[in-house]
Design a protein. Sequence first.
Lengths: 280, 443, 292
Amino acid sequence: MLEGKQKKRAKIIALYLLLFVLALIWIVPMYTLVATAVKSRQDFFSGIGLFQFPEKIAWDNFINAMTKGRLFLYMKNDLIVSFLKVPLGIFISALAAFALTRLKIKHSVGIFIFFLIGMMLPMQAALVPINVIYSKFKLLNTYFGLFYAYVGFGVSYAILILRGFMKGIPQDIDEAAWIDGCNKWQLFSRIILPIAKPAVATLFITDFLATWNEYLLASVIINDNAKKTVPVGLMTFVGEHGIDYGYLCAGVLVSVIPVLLVYLFFQRYFVEGMSGAVKS
Amino acid sequence: MRTRKITALLLSATILSTLGLTGCGSGSTGSQTTGGTASEGAKTDTQAQAQTASGGATELTFWNLSTRQNAIEPIVAEFNQANPDIHVTVSFFNTDGIKDACKVAASSNTLPSMWFNWGGSLGGFYVENGLTYDLTEYAQANAWENIYSAAALELCTLHGQLSGYPTSFNALDMYYRKDIFEKYGIAVPATFEEFEAACATLKENGITPISTAGLKGWHVMRFVELLIEHYAGAELHDELNNMTASWDNEAVVKALAKYQEFCDKGYFPPGFITADPDDTRMAMVMGTTAMDVQGPWYDGQIIQDGVDVNLFGTFPFPSGGSNRISAFAEMVQFNKNLSEAELAAAMKFMDFYYNDEHVETYSEYFNLPLPKNGAEAPAGQPNVMDILNTANTNGTFTITDQAFPTEVADALFDAQDALANNQTTPEEAAKSIQTAIEAYKNK
Amino acid sequence: MNKENKKEKVDLGAWLFLVPAGVIYLSVIIVPVFYSLYISLFSWNGIGDMKFVGLGNYGNLFANDPVFFIALKNNLIWIFLTLLVTMTVALGLALILNMQFRGRTFFRGFFYFPCVIAPIAVAIIWRWIYNPTVGFVNEFFKILGINYVQSWISDPKVSLYAVFAASLWQAVGQPMILFLAGLQSVSVDILEAAVIDGAGPVKKFFYITVPSMKETFVIVIATLVVAAMKVFDVVQGLTAGGPNNATQMMSTYMYSQTFQYNNVGRGTAIACVMVVMMMVVIVPYVSFTAKD
């Protein structure tokens, strides 16, 4: 018995050690980011080491990024776009993934692969055609236009994840539901979707992040300064003759906060797993 | 059951259409050009004006760099208020962003009324493809030759057309740390040999002679083109830049060989090939390097860094002949499809933007001095006038990456990289540049 | 009779589920796809006249263009490294972080954090880390007393791998949380039964965990291959394809051709080649795993 306990202890210690070593390697760039964000412009030229914190923390960088750099406005815009796009995109894709895995559709693999093509298309190749179409339909500079494009591009990845996850759900559940008199919609909304919570949560995090950090489409579709999103806004910190690194890094740090919050909120669903799946 | 499904679909449809309505409502105005409305950041009276005036006002769109946003936004708001019959909407981009945005807009026929551009092959692309308004007549009618400097007007003339409103004229000179030179008893070199000797002395004393960085190639090119000017002389250099003379010749080979020699001797910072050119100033300020090829904006940057600008001086690179230096211009191009009324409005705006009052209030957002005759240099920036005087006295040549189309410039940058890493010889490098030129001509 | 009706009902209703996604997808994706295919058959500068050249662009790429082959090679190396290194590290981290221990939530967030940072910041940070004189890596070597000086991203021999390392730091978080989600569906009961049967951790892993996560692997591999093929931001930010094309990727090359050299036809041809390459890898893989 004692041996067993010691073994377990040793295992845990080894685990923590490994984690700490990895974490040390991982943290170096992050530390640089933070150390840079608190340096004023003068600090860079004073010969200070990259990893040293300056004597005076340049809180101005953060404040300026939010106000003069309008980061606050950009974050607000990005939140609007992301919080509207992500649930809608997931919902639509879940409908499709559900159909592809649980309902009898001919060539469902073929249709799935068809949806995958969207993931493979390099975004740069889509810039001009989207610009042409949008200018014809007067969708340039509108959030609706940006939205529509985001949903369209996001469908591929979302279906990939949701389908993958839904395939893992045993068919017995469906059988039981049909017998109980459920129709397709009820099967979807009351049973399958709740089971797919880990996948939906993962997808929410991923999709939110992708939408939040999306640069190319946003820079082409949105020209109006008041509507710009965070990545486009961050690029305005890049100057003509030099980057004010402290300013930019401070801006980056501030702009990741909402994403981290979303992550923290949804990551608990990794733990919940198949609760309710092996059902009653 | 079924009804629930239908309800769900209807619900999604409603959500979509509501978003569509809100999106469209705050987006397009239905009027001309690219459909952007007044930026919410500007004063509310501008918005009110847009709504009341959208019927009869001349709508203009203006694209510029985001580094000037803090000056341009208030200027635009002021202008719109003072001119109720004109309405300017401005959009900002960063340096690479504006190039891409203009390209995409050109392909989809959505270029704005006016846009910022550089000269040379960058601006020339729009002229070649008939997208810009030819300002030659307007310039003659309004005696621009008396207002703007001849050099600026010349650099803005692309493919025989005066293609833009000149907004800045820049020349590159050799900035150096006066105190470091003094410390090691180095005099400002007047000949190429003296320059080499100066480099050797600096290197002996642990200072990297030249601060440069090769990411995207253009900063290293600033030095390499000076070597070409030295070995080829003024006339041949111009022909090389026009691609009328072959780059596969002795002068080019010698210049590239000398560049490779400098690399091998460690006259450039270690790992410079992928360093960011925006950082060359750091090494200069910290005194680890002593020279940097830069333009008049450098003074302003140095001051903003909180460093004493009097530590820095400039001298023209002793390439020989009249020691020409390289120069380039920036301008605002106008959309070819502007009506007469729109052109007049656009000019009114540009003149307003660049009037003396604004230049003084927002001086740090202008590339001073303006390319106008008799323009004044900003106070406290001693090197600016020196550089411009040198440009006028010694003469200038067009900076290589504007003289060349982008793909040929990239061939030169690749050669720079390869020579620095000893992957190629100067002869082969010269040939590869010429190959790129031929390929371009045969496109 | 009932069964027949039910079948009909199922079909129509089922297709209705596909409609919203299908409509948006078709209108946003399919037009650019066909547009790209079409444009790739022409020689065009984006504005002027279009000159039909058929497969000429493709011919030029494969026959006359050494840079294209460098880019192609680099992408293949990148895909290989991604599957070998990124996926392994992500899986390893997921396995560790799936175990019960205190602070695991914190560590999960910690390793995921780099994913969240904007690519331009990633490029800036790693440029400094690799800086030959004051960068962390060389400083670290100095502390250890190793006299190895390397210019990392400036050195054409190692720059691709140096850039990959930076990309690895940022990219691992994503597949890691996908694996974490997938690990939740591995039945604890079966695992326990296996332990009782005397199976060691390795056997458990390969015979139970991996097969249970088959669908997760489909997702991760498909995503990683696509990402490796399309990689752009971190390369463009760190080296812009240099030095001398040592880190040129298909996406950066396509970008130069289309937006800087105005060879729009050629650029889109590169994009088409990229899509075909991805399909060649992914379609068989997905079809194969879907057979059950």
